[in-house]
Design a protein around this ligand. Structure first.
Ligand code: NAD
Length: 285
């Protein structure tokens, strides 16, 4: 058996096209969507991410405000800018590109963003809303995984399935587990201290790998017919982009699998764009 590929590029395009249409309809009612993106320093990867976010805004029809600040920017200056953007009626979403320079405390910065503009879904109020099942912004990568499962698996039903998530970070693993719980999966979170990872993973109908280590998930971790979602973005020894899953061998036994690149990656921006749209609705309700 060879797994069907879940095409993140196509699904993210579909989501962006849906948003483009909905945004045009909002514009007719006089409502515009605006995302403010803040980048501190000159990290090349962050610059690429910020550029891609601006491009996505342009494509959908959002306004994007861009603040590219020098690496020496103080925490106070950054907080002052966030405060100003919090107060602006024409700004729906505020995104501070992570990682920040070492002298700035990321938690303090995240906590300073108005939760109704926290389109990354990192603010404790939004995380708390997810925990108790209230409405709020959900972290974009895990939200993207849910869309891949819903749109990319020919109607595969998540409810009641055994799901093993590998990784427990605040931006991927933890919110991912809460979202899968919301979809009525039976959820296990594995991490660096998990004993017998192979055995734990083998129970899974759905495996979501968010480790950040090339090839840690092999065919020995995967039950025949499992759905395998690879969140990892790594560089292999020969410099190629690859995931956490050994794609060639796992795709022989999985039922569905996401490739890297072209799987989860493109979904993150699509879901960020979705959060911006939701923020504009919230601010114009
Ligand atoms: P992280 O480093 O914060 O967390 C990694 C997690 O993996 C930790 O909870 C740790 O306990 C676990 N872990 C580490 N080694 C392990 C092992 N040998 N066995 C089992 N668990 C182990 O990373 P993160 O921010 O959650 O990101 C994870 C991966 O996802 C990275 O490759 C990152 O680049 C990628 N990522 C992709 C996107 C995207 O848009 N596709 C977004 C965010 C992160």
């Amino acid at each position: 058996m060879s797994a069907k590929i879940i095409d993140g590029k196509a699904i993210s395009q579909q989501i962006k096209d849906e948003l483009k249409e909905k945004t045009a309809a909002l514009k007719e009612k006089g409502i515009e969507v605006t995302l403010a993106v803040i980048l501190v320093g000159e990290d090349p990867a962050s610059q690429v991410y910020v550029r891609n976010k601006k491009r996505a805004c342009e494509y959908i029809g959002y306004n994007s405000l861009s603040y590219e600040l020098p690496a020496e920017t103080s925490q106070e200056e950054l907080l002052k800018l966030i405060d100003e953007l919090n107060g602006r009626k024409d700004v729906d979403g505020i995104l501070v590109q992570m990682p920040l320079p070492k002298h700035i405390d990321e938690k303090t910065v995240i906590n300073a963003i108005d939760p109704s503009k926290d389109v990354d879904g990192f603010h404790p109020i939004n995380v708390g809303a997810l925990v108790v099942g209230d409405k709020g912004f959900v972290s974009c990568t895990p939200a993207g995984v849910i869309q891949l499962l819903k749109r990319g698996t020919d109607g595969y039903d998540i409810s009641g399935k055994e799901c093993v998530i590998i990784g427990r970070s605040n931006i991927v693993g933890k919110p991912m587990s809460l979202l899968m719980l919301r979809e009525n999966a039976t959820v296990t979170i594995a991490h660096s201290r998990t004993k017998n990872l192979e055995e734990v993973c083998k129970r899974a109908d759905i495996i979501i790998a968010a480790v950040g280590k090339a090839g840690v998930i092999t065919r020995d971790h995967v039950k025949e017919g499992a759905v395998v979602i690879d969140v990892g973005i790594n560089r292999s020894k020969d410099g190629k982009l690859c995931g956490d899953v050994k794609y060639d061998e796992v795709s022989e036994i999985a039922s569905y699998i996401t490739p890297v690149p072209g799987g989860v990656g493109p979904m993150t921006i699509a879901m960020l764009m979705n959060n911006c749209y939701e923020a504009a609705l919230l601010h114009n309700a």
